[in-house]
Design a protein around this ligand. Structure first.
Ligand code: PMP
Length: 410
């Protein structure tokens, strides 16, 4: 046979596949999950804090209680019952009926990740620009890159996204003749930086986007997980037009069920549903019934408080260990919620190059490079505190500090 052989797929891939590379983070998880490794790399909630027996019982009787509907196809937008409950959850963060939230404008998704893919499908043409915090959530980078969009990062400080940097980035993009479609932001307990956009800056950011004609995609998986007082009002509670609010039950209930949602401006909701139907037909009826039943029959508000207490203790353990053990010149953020601390290494250290030595020392973290579209971030690392116990966190930091001291001495 002449010409290409059937195992040569390289030339056949669609253009959007060319930018697809395996996430460094997912590759890390295989190594990091070995029991002898203290993993500060993951982002998994501490599921053991759930009342597992009661949840198991609820799941076991779901089909019997709901009849065959849990095993049947459903509607693309998601069940009315779950969308009602989602509105109750959002109301807790200030996104209530007065803010224009309605079950009719909620689209249930397969986790927050499908929500990111849906907004990308709806708004991004190849070459379009998405503005996003630098660093930003790795799964969002994947969704935007699959849509062949370019991500332009906007700098943050301890108060979140810097408004003047946002204005400068918008002007730069316009000067280069490209089109910025939306700002993607995780304003509260940001992943990976752990910082929160202040109240005053929230209104500034909304004003800047409105003036520039930019949509805002607000991703808020962590807003309920606050440790030191309530989080500032979400962007969507302040403005309804032009703001898409994305969230998920992955961090407040269970990621294995893969249930998230988008609250969309009314005019867009139908297109979102059509786009979702073309991807998945409808979200899992079983998973939706599980979440709706959890929300209607179990003390979910108390559970959020439990998660807050567990994570607050672990955040404190991590910050204390960092203060006690990190080599001089290391700095880090002090999150008041969420799951992550972002550390900046002393000059000369490279978090990606150091990773094999860290694994050999039985500790894992995520190198900062995974959170930038342009591969910068080698001077940073993300540290997770939700999953390991306070003792394991301290041991992990001790091992990590040892590796850093060795690298500094090289
Ligand atoms: N957005 C952000 C900022 C996240 O951190 C995550 C989960 N790590 C997601 C979206 C996706 O969550 P899900 O598990 O619901 O797909």
């Amino acid at each position: 046979m002449t010409g290409t052989t059937l195992d040569d797929y390289t030339d056949r891939y669609a253009r959007r596949v060319r930018g697809m590379t395996a996430s460094e983070i997912r590759a890390l998880f295989a190594v990091a999950s070995r029991p002898e490794v203290v993993s500060l790399a993951g982002g998994a909630p501490y599921i053991a804090a759930l009342p597992l027996d009661a949840v198991g019982e609820m799941l076991g009787s779901l089909a019997a209680d709901h009849g065959t509907s849990t095993l049947q196809y459903g509607i693309g937008q998601g069940t009315p019952e779950l969308r009602e409950r989602i509105c109750e959850v959002m109301a807790l963060s200030g996104i209530d009926a007065a803010a224009g939230a309605s079950p009719d404008d909620v689209v249930v998704t397969v986790g927050g990740q499908q929500a990111l893919d849906l907004v990308s499908r709806l708004f991004l043409d190849p070459g379009d620009v998405v503005l996003a915090e630098g660093p930003t959530y790795v799964g969002a980078l994947g969704a935007f890159q699959s849509a062949q969009a370019q991500v332009v990062h906007v700098a943050m400080d301890d108060d979140g996204l810097i408004p003047s940097a946002l204005e400068a980035a918008i002007a730069d993009v316009a000067r280069s003749g490209r089109r910025a479609k939306f700002l993607y932001t995780i304003p509260t307990y940001q992943n990976p930086a752990g910082v929160t956009l202040t109240d005053a800056r929230r209104d500034q950011v909304l004003d800047i986007c409105e003036r520039a004609g930019l949509l805002v995609v607000e991703d808020d998986p962590y807003g309920q997980l606050s440790f030191d007082g309530e989080a500032p009002l979400p962007l969507r509670a302040r403005r309804r037009e032009g703001v898409f609010y994305l969230s998920t039950f992955s961090k407040t209930f269970a990621p294995g069920l893969r249930v998230g949602w988008i609250l969309a401006p009314h005019a867009v909701r139908e297109k979102l549903v059509i786009a979702s139907e073309s991807q998945i037909l409808c979200p899992s009826a079983y998973a939706q019934a599980a979440v709706a039943t959890y929300l209607s029959t179990m003390p979910w508000r108390e559970q959020i408080k439990t998660y807050r207490e567990v994570y607050r203790e672990r955040r404190d353990a991590l910050l204390e260990a960092l203060t006690d053990l990190m080599p001089e010149g290391t700095t880090w953020t002090r999150p008041s919620g969420g799951l992550f601390v972002w550390a900046t290494l002393p000059p000369g250290l490279d978090s990606k190059a150091m990773m094999p030595r860290a694994i050999a020392a039985r500790v894992a973290y995520v190198p900062g490079t995974g959170f930038y579209a342009d591969g910068t971030g080698g001077g940073n690392m993300r540290l997770n505190f939700s999953f390991p116990s306070p003792e394991r966190i301290r041991e992990g930091v001790r091992r990590l500090a040892g590796v850093m001291e060795q690298d500094l001495a090289m």
